[in-house]
Write a protein that binds this ligand. Structure first.
Ligand code: NAD
Ligand code: IPM
Ligand code: MN
Length: 350
C-alpha cells in the first residue's frame, strides 16, 4: 500500500510554506501519495469548527501529517474552543503525539544571521524535547469566573507519572543517538508540578539503564544559558509550556524562526505530526516572502521519523545547507528571495 502524507496548510503563511514543502515532496519522493485537508481558521470558516472529526480520522490513518500554521487576527475573538489554536491542540491530543522534537541547528552559512555573535552559534546543534499533550495546556480546572466577589483567571499545571515517564524516556532515547546528554528543565524551586517533574525524570533515568547523562536546570536559568552559551546543551527536556518558550528562543540562535522545524511523535508505528515552530505570521502573509525552510525541514523530519526514508531526508537536509551556502536567503535571513525562489534554490541543490 502507498504511504500517504496528509497536508494541513492552515492559515496565514501556512498555505504558502506548505505549497513549497509539497513541491519538494513531489520532486523527492514521488511515490508518496499527498492529500490535503483543512485545519484552524480555514476549517472554522468552512465547517464551523477548527478541526473536524473527519480530518482527525484522516490524520490518524495517514502515514504522516504535515501542518503549516494556524491562527490569525480574523479569528482572535472566537470562543476558546473555536479558536484555530484549539484545532491544533485537539489534533495533537487526538493523534496522541506527546513528544515534540524541536531541533535548533545552526547551518554554517547562517552563523552570521543570528542575533548572537557568530562564535556563540557556529556549530550549534541542540534538540528540545517538549512534552506536548499535557501540563498546563490541558490541565483542569481552568477558566475565567468570579469567586468571593472577585473576577479571576486560572489554569492547572498537572502531570501524571506515565506522562513524565514516557517523555523522559523519549529524551533519553533521542540523546543516545546524539551526544548522550539530557538537561531537564522545570521550576521545582517554586512549583509542585516542577518538583514532581524532577523526581519522575530522575526515576526514569535510573530505570533507563545508563549511557545517558542527566542534569537539571531551572527553566529561567535555561532561558538565560541559551543565549549565553547555547552550545553547552545537547538535549533539553521540558514540559509543554517551558518547551514552547525556549523553542522560540532557540529559533533565533539559528538565524530565524523561519528555519525551525518540529516533529511530534506518539507511540511507535503511529503517524507523526510535523510542523514548523513558527506561526501563521499575519504580518507577512500573502506577500510571498515567508521563509519555507521550516516547512521543508519539517518534511525532512517526516521522511526521517515517520516515513522510513532516511536517505531522502539526508539528501534534503544537505540540499538546504547547500542552498544556504550558495547564498540563498529570504528576507528574514537578510536576503531578497521570494518563498518559491527559496524553494527553487533548494530543489536546484537537490
Ligand atoms: P509567528 O511565528 O507567526 O510570527 C512571529 C514573527 O516571526 C513575525 O514577525 C513573523 O513575520 C515572523 N515569521 C514567522 N514565521 C516566519 C517565516 N516562515 N518566514 C519569515 N518570517 C517569519 O508568531 P505570532 O505572531 O506570535 O503568532 C501569529 C499567529 O500564529 C497567532 O494566531 C498564533 O497563535 C499562531 N501560532 C501558530 C503556531 C502553529 O500553528 N504551530 C505556532 C505559533 C503561533
Ligand atoms: C507552537 C505554538 C502553539 C503552542 C500554539 C499555536 C497552540 O505556539 O506550536 O509552538 O503553544 O504549542
Ligand atoms: Mn510556540
Amino acid at each position: 500500500m502507498k504511504q500517504t502524507l496528509l497536508l494541513l496548510p492552515g492559515d496565514g503563511i501556512g498555505p504558502e510554506v506548505c505549497a513549497e514543502a509539497r513541491r519538494v515532496a513531489e520532486a523527492l519522493v514521488p511515490d508518496i501519495l499527498i492529500e490535503e485537508g483543512l485545519v484552524g481558521g480555514a476549517s472554522l470558516d468552512a465547517h464551523g469548527v477548527p478541526l473536524t472529526e473527519e480530518t482527525l480520522t484522516r490524520a490518524r490513518q495517514a502515514s504522516a501529517v504535515l501542518l503549516g500554521a494556524v491562527g490569525g487576527p480574523k479569528w482572535a475573538a472566537a470562543a476558546r474552543d473555536k479558536r484555530p489554536e484549539a484545532g491544533l491542540l485537539s489534533l495533537r491530543k487526538g493523534m496522541d503525539v506527546f513528544a515534540n522534537l524541536r531541533p535548533a541547528y545552526c547551518f554554517p552559512a547562517l552563523a552570521e544571521a543570528s542575533s548572537l555573535k557568530p562564535d556563540r552559534v557556529e556549530g550549534l546543534d541542540l534538540m528540545i524535547v517538549r512534552e506536548l499533550t499535557g501540563g498546563v495546556y490541558f490541565g483542569t480546572p481552568r477558566g475565567i469566573d468570579e469567586a468571593g466577589g472577585l473576577r479571576r483567571g486560572y489554569d492547572t499545571a498537572i502531570y501524571t507519572h506515565p506522562e513524565v515517564e514516557r517523555i523522559a524516556r523519549t529524551a533519553f532515547e533521542v540523546a543516545r543517538g546524539r551526544k548522550a546528554r539530557v538537561c531537564s528543565v522545570e521550576k521545582s524551586n517554586v512549583m509542585e508540578s516542577g518538583l514532581f517533574w524532577r523526581q519522575e525524570v530522575t526515576l526514569a533515568h535510573a530505570e533507563f539503564g545508563g549511557g545517558v547523562e542527566l542534569t537539571h536546570m531551572y527553566a529561567d536559568a535555561c532561558a538565560m544559558e541559551l543565549v549565553r552559551q547555547p552550545k553547552q546543551f545537547d538535549v533539553i527536556l521540558a514540559d509543554n509550556l517551558f518547551g514552547d518558550l525556549i523553542s522560540d528562543e532557540a529559533a533565533m540562535l539559528t538565524g530565524s524562526i523561519g528555519m525551525l522545524p518540529s516533529a511530534s511523535l506518539g507511540a511507535p508505528g503511529m503517524p507523526g505530526l510535523f510542523e514548523p515552530v513558527h506561526g501563521s505570521a499575519p504580518d507577512i502573509a500573502g506577500q510571498g516572502i515567508a521563509n519555507p525552510c521550516a516547512a521543508i525541514l519539517s518534511l525532512e523530519m517526516a521522511l526521517r521519523w515517520s516515513l522510513g526514508k532516511e536517505k531522502a531526508a539526508d539528501a534534503l537536509f544537505a540540499a538546504v545547507g547547500k542552498a544556504l551556502d550558495r547564498g540563498a536567503r529570504t528576507r528574514d535571513l537578510g536576503g531578497a528571495l521570494t518563498t518559491p525562489q527559496m524553494t527553487d534554490a533548494i530543489l536546484a541543490a537537490l
